[in-house]
Design a protein. Structure first.
Ligand code: CAA
Length: 380
């Protein structure tokens, strides 16, 4: 068993670290405060190949593996989880879903713009009454000649306003439950498609989260993804990979908070010595380091499963569950290590603590991960 990273993996990891430190760090506090979308930074990430990392080069992607994507997510998230969620949704939910299940025409039309950062994608499953209970879709898309008529509301949509390409899940055959659900490509600007108000969030405030309203939007039939009735499976399969990306985001938040706490503990003095010399602090750092390393193994293993053609529903859910718990716990402890300074914005850890929380909620709450994990282990 070889736990070392290859030369290529080390290079992409370094490139993401350099980008995060030079391009994301400046202004990250201000963007969080002002809820400002990192538009310029996303454009640059497109130029660097971070927006379509796993997509084949023939569609403008970087043709890399999932482990490379995870390494990039981890480095970006150490500094700016608002920027990294844009990368995660675009890569895992939108590009992967389109490349894996789209028609050749859909891939040619949309992927080259999505992989280069020219356009951003959004994944639209959640509804006011269908968050965890994803089969209870109320949005409808009813067949009408050569198109579908889309009606309904989606909630908490990441990249809600900044996106141009939206993958929308809707009920097409009302009496068929989850077997009557389809996924569609909807473009910004289609008649009847309105973007609702922006959510004022606790964390990842630089990313834009909106509700979306569809009033008799005419979606051409060629915009349906996959066979009729494939929409729920499409969402589940796409989310299974998305969970690896969010697990990497959580890992990055944890590692970022830990690195700040370690550095601070070696500089700050109390009772005549650096606080790292007090066991109360040193033991916290030991716990953080150990848990982050355990989370990292789960996250990289789930990426390895995906890259090696293994089922990754279980390993991805375990990685997301554990890494998000470690992110929350580590960020809270990092604030504690910083004492009063941890409670003010300049030291970054309070933001990481607020950002950590969402990793336990989106792309399936911790409770949803436990459903996926327990069903999988009980089946054996
Ligand atoms: N792969 C393929 N098929 C799957 C699957 C998977 N991973 N998981 C479920 N399915 C299939 C099942 O096989 C079943 O199909 P059949 O009837 O043909 O056998 C069908 O889907 C229904 O499955 P279940 O009976 O297991 O459905 P359920 O109602 O019990 O729900 C659930 C399962 C795991 C709880 C699911 O509803 C779920 O994942 N909910 C959470 C949704 C979620 O993650 N939302 C996040 C929104 S997106 C987001 O957050 C993005 C963002 O902005 C960052």
């Amino acid at each position: 068993m070889d736990f070392s990273l290859s030369e290529e993996h080390l290079m992409i990891q370094q490139a993401a670290k350099d980008f995060a430190e030079t391009e994301l760090l400046p202004g990250v506090i201000e963007r969080d405060e002002a809820q400002e979308f990192p538009a310029e930074q996303v454009k640059k990430m497109g130029e660097l190949g971070f927006m379509g990392m796993m997509v084949n080069e023939k569609y403008g992607g970087s043709g890399m593996d999932t482990l490379s994507y995870v390494l990039v997510m981890e480095e970006l998230s150490k500094i700016d989880a608002s920027a990294s969620v844009v990368v995660s949704v675009n890569n895992s939910l939108v590009c992967w879903g389109l490349e894996t299940y789209g028609t050749e025409a859909q891939k040619e039309k949309y992927l080259s713009r999505l992989t280069t950062g020219e356009a951003i994608g959004a994944f639209c499953l959640s509804e006011p009454e269908a968050g965890s209970d994803a089969t209870s879709q109320k949005t409808t898309a009813l067949e009408n000649g050569d198109h579908y008529i889309l009606n309904g509301t989606k909630n908490w949509i990441t990249n809600g306003n900044s996106a141009e390409v939206y993958l929308v899940i809707a009920q097409t055959h009302i009496d068929k439950g989850h077997k009557g659900i389809n996924a569609f490509i909807v473009e910004k600007g289609m008649d009847g498609f309105e973007i609702g108000p922006k959510e004022n969030k606790l964390g990842i405030r630089g990313s834009d989260t909106h509700s979306l309203i569809f009033n008799d939007v005419k979606v051409p039939k060629e915009n349906r993804i996959g066979e009729d009735g494939f929409g729920f499976k499409f969402a589940m399969k796409t989310l299974a990979g998305g969970r690896i990306g969010i697990a990497a985001q959580a890992l990055g938040i944890a590692a970022g908070a830990y690195e700040l706490a370690k550095k601070y503990s070696k500089e700050r003095k109390a009772f005549g010595t650096e606080i790292s010399n007090h066991q109360a602090i040193a033991f916290k750092l030991a716990d953080m380091h150990t848990k982050i390393e355990a989370a990292r193994h789960l996250v990289y293993k789930s990426a390895w499963d995906k890259d090696n053609g293994n089922n990754y529903d279980l390993s991805g859910a375990m990685a997301k569950l554990y890494a998000s718990e470690v992110a929350m716990e580590t960020a809270v402890e990092a604030v504690q290590v910083h004492g009063g300074n941890g409670f003010v914005k300049d030291y970054h850890v309070e933001r990481l603590m607020r950002d950590a929380k969402i990793t336990q909620i989106y792309e399936g709450t911790s409770e949803i991960q436990k459903i996926v994990i327990s069903r999988s282990v009980l089946r054996d």
